[in-house]
Design a protein around this ligand. Structure first.
Ligand SMILES: Cc1cc2nc3c(=O)[nH]c(=O)nc-3n(C[C@H](O)[C@H](O)[C@H](O)COP(=O)(O)OP(=O)(O)OC[C@H]3O[C@@H](n4cnc5c(N)ncnc54)[C@H](O)[C@@H]3O)c2cc1C
Length: 427
């Protein structure tokens, strides 16, 4: 019998396994994919290292930054500059970043008015349930609609919020925007820097692998789990292959939108099951475009657009760049169609010739079924605390229901560490 089985080898799973090892117990990690990293994925495109998933990191994120420092990797700021573009009622505007951000900030501050009172301790979102109740019941769209905004403010606020939601504004919960804002020091500039300011030159794998190495454990790749059954003093984990493995405790780090595929016996609590059925709203896209452009860094903000929030990621030799583009629905991306990409880019940030495209469809990815965790209305009031509560010898640990930076790698580390410590204590 194993001490602890950890399901999933993303950041939460690797951190959980390391905690088990630190407690003197032996973890076994089972991962469905043929690689570690989950929704982070360090890849290569014609010799250029890039990330298909989680990518931006900041020292506001305590668990994450501890790992970044320990691994000795290098924070890198993508290039920025003027001019920038934004679109209002399909009309393209071009100006300086300072001009655009002044409008953006005015709208953002209206949305987030009262954040110090509503979320004074953003790492403890349930500390004052009465204060978050109103926003937790609303969608982002409902919150925007109650604000007095100019057309430019509304357009930029919509893009900024779609950047948070990675999904539809009438689906994602209004509190998610204020959570990012509060966690980032209650400013737009802080939020933009925390969620998009720095990447890691060596790639995310460069600080994930040391976590797994420290777990000193057996890792089985291409081992998707089908069922988790609890008996009096043990947990039986069944793989799709039919193989059954037994442990004293189990940490399940499967994302919220993919959890429904696993059979739990006895079943999870009703509130957990309804939280899993509700799922999370992040179903958007991250597309990398290779472009040729004579100008400097590119930046565009276009509401309801497949490349709604776009900017230069890398300057390449000559007049080539790689742009990163975030959209609100993965289904809108016509993968590999450069003519389509060119037409769409021309609407949001003209002056670039598209010469390449790189895309991973996280929405259709069986083991993710979405991008980052963005809660739907009612999540905090009804589901959040219950998702974290262990049942028997099983605990669910994933960034999607972390207390602090839920939806980020930092949240994965927070949740995974907690799960690993709890599981080790059961053995
Ligand atoms: C496009 C994109 C951009 C992002 N940008 C950022 C960013 O800039 N900064 C940031 O901090 N975060 C970002 N995120 C979010 C961040 O990547 C995630 O929050 C974090 O990686 C989640 O880690 P996790 O370990 O909790 O879950 P996951 O990484 O999803 O790990 C769960 C693991 O469980 C495995 N699994 C699933 N089902 C099974 C099964 N049945 N059996 C066995 N294994 C299974 C999965 O394959 C996966 O490896 C982004 C995510 C995406 C998709």
């Amino acid at each position: 019998m194993h001490d602890v089985i950890v399901i999933g080898a993303g950041f939460a799973g690797c951190a959980a396994a390391r905690e088990v090892r630190r407690a003197g117990k032996t973890p076994l990690v089972l991962e469905a994919r043929d690689r570690i990293g989950g929704r982070t994925w360090t890849s290569d495109w014609d010799g250029q290292r890039f990330e298909r998933g989680g990518n931006y990191f900041h020292w506001f994120q305590p668990h994450l930054w501890t790992e970044v420092m320990a691994a000795g990797v290098t924070p890198l700021a993508p290039p920025t500059g003027d001019p920038v573009h934004w679109t209002v009622n399909e009309e393209l505007r071009t100006g300086t970043r300072a001009e655009r951000e002044a409008i953006n900030e005015s709208a953002w501050n209206k949305y987030n008015a009262g954040s110090w009172e509503i979320l004074p301790e953003p790492h403890a979102p349930l500390r004052h349930p009465d204060r978050i109740a109103r926003l937790d019941a609303m969608t982002i769209q409902q919150r925007i609609d109650e604000l007095d905004l100019t057309d430019d403010e509304r357009a930029l606020l919509m893009v900024e919020c779609q950047g948070v939601a990675s999904g539809y504004l009438d689906d994602a919960g209004a509190l998610s925007v204020m959570r990012w804002h509060a966690l980032s020091g209650h400013t737009l500039a802080g939020t933009q820097e925390a969620a998009g300011g720095y990447t890691i030159a060596e790639g995310t794998l460069a600080f994930l692998q040391p976590i797994l190495d420290a777990a000193a454990c057996e890792l089985r790749l291409e081992a998707p789990i089908e069922a988790i059954e609890q008996e009096a003093d043990r947990v039986v984990v069944t793989l799709r292959s039919g193989e059954a493995l037994v442990a004293r405790a189990c940490v399940v780090t499967v994302p919220l939108n993919a959890l429904g595929a696993i059979r739990f016996e006895p079943g999870l609590s009703e509130v957990k099951r309804s939280g899993i059925a509700l799922g999370q709203a992040g179903i958007g896209s991250k597309v990398m475009l290779k472009v040729r452009t004579p100008g400097g860094p590119v930046s565009g903000m276009h509401p309801n657009h497949p490349f709604g929030f776009l900017g230069t990621m890398f300057d390449l030799p000559g007049d080539e760049q790689i742009l990163v583009c975030f959209g609100h629905d993965g289904d809108e991306i016509v993968d590999g169609d450069l003519a389509w990409a060119q037409r769409e880019l021309d609407r949001a940030a003209p002056g670039c010739e598209v010469i390449g495209m790189n895309y991973h469809d996280w929405k259709s990815d069986e083991f993710a079924q979405g991008t980052w965790g963005v809660h739907r209305p009612g999540w905090y009031t009804t589901h959040h605390a219950e998702m974290q509560r262990p049942e028997g010898r099983v605990i669910l640990s994933n960034s999607d229901w972390a207390d602090g930076w839920a939806g980020f790698v930092d949240g994965a580390l927070e949740s995974g560490k907690h799960g690993g410590r709890w599981a080790a204590a059961q053995t």
